[in-house]
Design a protein around this ligand. Structure first.
Ligand SMILES: Cc1cc2nc3c(=O)[nH]c(=O)nc-3n(C[C@H](O)[C@H](O)[C@H](O)COP(=O)(O)OP(=O)(O)OC[C@H]3O[C@@H](n4cnc5c(N)ncnc54)[C@H](O)[C@@H]3O)c2cc1C
Length: 284
């Protein structure tokens, strides 16, 4: 579709929107156009029209976008944030924030999502990534997912470690199966997880863990390679947690160069090939 024809879609969009405004690393150049669909029909119209030419953006908490930007349409899911509770089943639109889901479940005395309370992001991103913490992943509680390509029950989602069937698809909604519980018990879990995160998680602009823990702890092998605190431009390896890269006013290229340097160094010292959890957008 020609860029001049975008108005005819009648879906809110902006041209040349910088991704740095929408990623937790706070880097990234412009995309061709950023769309803000507000319902399933608009979301699926865009998925149909732009096929391989689009990228679905949740909260941008796990994305490194290049400084030169991306020659694609970005579908921003922020306006798809409705939540509907049906007994112990919660139907979430893909752009609903984990923190809002967690709050609603607490208010309704439903347990099972506490682990995700402080994972920055949307439920769409959490499901695509099969995100998790404290020995739980979202796959433990997904009942079904409605996506552009169909409706999938839990086994159809092909969940594995930080992966699912949805990287080349568009999730519209997710149904989560919860369990009734006492509010005090839910509150105690939320409190415990928040405290652990405060202690363990470095502050600053990051994407959380950069590398997968694939049979080893990435943070440990990076630390053993002596890379804590190592800096390229404005990007540095956190001294508190070596699997975190903090962006202190640097560029996407600084972060990318640091990722490459870490991989090379760890390969030389430990013969381990680190694999990225972070998703790249644009050319590096
Ligand atoms: C400080 C910090 C702490 C973190 N801690 C954790 C943690 O404990 N555990 C953990 O698992 N992760 C963690 N992360 C990483 C990140 O928060 C998760 O991966 C999160 O689930 C990403 O969600 P998002 O909405 O930001 O997705 P985005 O970063 O916007 O996108 C991530 C991927 O999901 C895809 N996606 C997003 N929405 C959709 C959709 N509707 N349909 C199809 N695909 C979609 C994107 O295309 C992309 O491939 C952390 C990040 C930060 C910054």
């Amino acid at each position: 579709m020609n860029i001049n024809q975008l108005d005819s879609l009648n879906i809110k969009y902006v041209l040349n929107e910088p991704l740095k405004n929408w990623t937790t690393f706070k880097v990234g150049g412009p995309c061709k156009a950023m769309f803000f669909p507000k319902n399933k029909e608009e979301l699926f119209t865009l998925s149909e029209l732009f096929k391989d030419e689009f990228f679905v953006l949740g909260n941008g908490s796990n994305i490194l976008c290049s400084d030169s930007g991306v020659d694609k349409i970005v579908i921003n899911t922020k306006n798809l944030n409705k939540l509907k509770l049906n007994g112990t089943l919660l139907i979430c639109e893909c752009g609903a924030k984990n923190s809002d889901i967690s709050k609603l479940l607490y208010e309704n005395s439903l347990s099972g999502f506490e682990f995700a309370h402080k994972i920055p992001g949307t439920i769409g991103g959490l499901v695509a990534m099969n995100g998790g913490s404290f020995n739980k992943t979202v796959s433990d509680i997904v009942c079904y997912v409605v996506s552009f390509s169909g409706i999938y029950n839990n086994s159809g989602c092909q969940f594995s470690y930080r992966s699912s069937a949805f990287f080349d698809d568009t999730i519209y909604s997710v149904a989560l199966k919860l369990k009734p519980a006492e509010r005090e018990d839910i509150d105690a879990k939320l409190e415990r997880f928040s405290t652990l995160r405060k202690i363990k998680q470095p502050r600053g602009n990051s994407c959380g863990s950069v590398f997968l823990n694939d049979g080893y702890f990435a943070g440990k092998v990076i630390d053993q390679a002596g890379l804590k605190g190592y800096r390229i431009g404005g990007a540095f390896v956190s001294k508190e947690h070596a699997n975190f890269i903090i962006n202190d006013g640097g560029s996407a290229q600084n972060i990318y160069d640091l990722i490459c340097y870490i991989k090379e160094t760890v390969k030389t010292r430990s013969d381990i090939e680190l694999k990225e959890e972070v998703k790249y957008l644009g050319k590096f």
